[in-house]
Design a protein around this ligand. Structure first.
Ligand code: GDP
Length: 337
């Protein structure tokens, strides 16, 4: 998209928003491309668009699904999504994979791995936006989530792999976080970081079939015992450990039932909406911090002093607090234009 005058941006955003709100899939795809765009000239249109659709967003259940490569995320989502669309739901699949900027492409949200779902008129699959930091990818996924909701999708799946901070980031943008595991895949209890277990509202052990059924049952008992010892994320909900087989299409419905129970429990106490509010407020503070840092770096004096002070902090010549104080002192003297 080439440079656009502000008046054009507003008109463009309005037209796109109208089509998106009417459920037009091509408009939805274009809207997501617009919010993913890193061109500064697209920013005004993207912001205007998001503002217009915001009142129509939020009416979905947002489900995070995490698991290491090979546990069966695509196979599970194919079955799970198919079950839901067959029942009249509209399912969107988004992905968060910051490693895709390094590997030059992601297999998350890959349509060829969810063949039936990709052809399902009531499903919408969007692969990871490539490039950028985890923060950037997360922002674009959050915004894409608002767009798919406004287009009428009532179940949003946010898929991620176990790389670094991505699970924490995804857990911070969804209503329920599902950890997918497979027995005997090096994913036994010792291999899973405690921090990731603590994020899980639901643990699903996939591949509970054939020779893997027995180890899957053992793993289920282990995880149940381990979860007993952890503090649950919500007072209203004890994380459950379920068995499933995406291959045999077994146990998939029980996962949806558990999600519905979770939602009912948290809605009853008000925790569901409270979590959404806290997430939106957290996102604001995040954006504010990023924006302020960028703004600070535009000040020539600060841009010059920052690397010097960073080095001094690293070398232990000055405390981080004192260095930050110096930089803020410069800001007070000469606020950036
Ligand atoms: P992802 O990398 O987590 O998305 O995993 P995939 O869905 O691509 O699955 C990885 C491999 O596990 C594939 O060879 C699948 O056929 C296999 N697989 C997935 N689900 C099951 C299952 O329920 N049982 C068995 N036995 N294999 C499965």
């Amino acid at each position: 998209m080439s440079a656009r005058r502000p008046a054009d941006s507003a008109a463009h955003a309005k037209a796109l928003a109208d089509r998106l709100l009417a459920g037009d899939r091509r408009a939805l795809a274009r809207a997501i491309t617009l919010v993913e765009s890193q061109h500064p000239q697209d920013q005004a249109a993207a912001e205007a668009l998001l503002q217009q659709i915001l009142p129509a967003s939020g009416r979905s259940i947002r489900i995070g699904i995490s698991g290491t490569p090979g546990v069966g995320k695509s196979s599970f989502i194919e079955r799970f999504g198919g079950l839901l669309t067959a029942r009249g739901h509209k399912v969107a699949v988004l992905a968060v994979d910051p490693s895709s900027s390094l590997s030059g492409g992601s297999i998350l949200g890959d349509k060829t791995r969810m063949e039936k779902l990709a052809r399902d008129p009531n499903a919408f699959i969007r692969p990871t936006p490539s490039g950028g930091s985890l923060g950037g990818v997360a922002r674009r996924t959050r915004e894409a989530m608002l767009l798919v909701e406004a287009a009428g999708f009532d179940v949003v799946l946010v898929e991620t792999v176990g790389v670094g901070q991505s699970e924490t980031t995804v857990a911070g943008m969804v209503d329920i976080f599902l950890l997918l595991l497979a027995p005997g895949g090096g994913d036994d209890l010792q291999g899973i970081k405690r921090g990731i277990m603590e994020l899980a509202d639901l643990v699903v052990i996939n591949k509970a079939d054939g020779d893997l059924l027995k180890p899957a049952r053992l793993a289920q008992a282990d995880y149940r015992a381990a979860l007993q010892l952890m503090r649950p994320r919500h007072a209203e909900w004890k994380p459950r450990v379920l068995l499933a087989s995406a291959m045999l299409n077994e146990g998939i419905d029980a996962v949806w039932q558990a999600i519905e129970s979770y939602r009912a429990a948290l809605e009853k106490s008000g925790a569901f909406q409270a979590q959404r509010r806290a997430q939106a407020e957290g996102w604001l503070m995040h954006e504010l911090q990023d924006g302020l840092l960028n703004w600070l770096r535009q000040d020539p004096e600060i841009a010059e002093a920052l690397p010097r002070l960073q080095q001094a902090v690293g070398a232990g010549r000055i405390t981080p607090t004192a260095a930050a104080g110096k930089l803020l002192g410069l800001l007070r003297r000469s606020p950036p234009a």
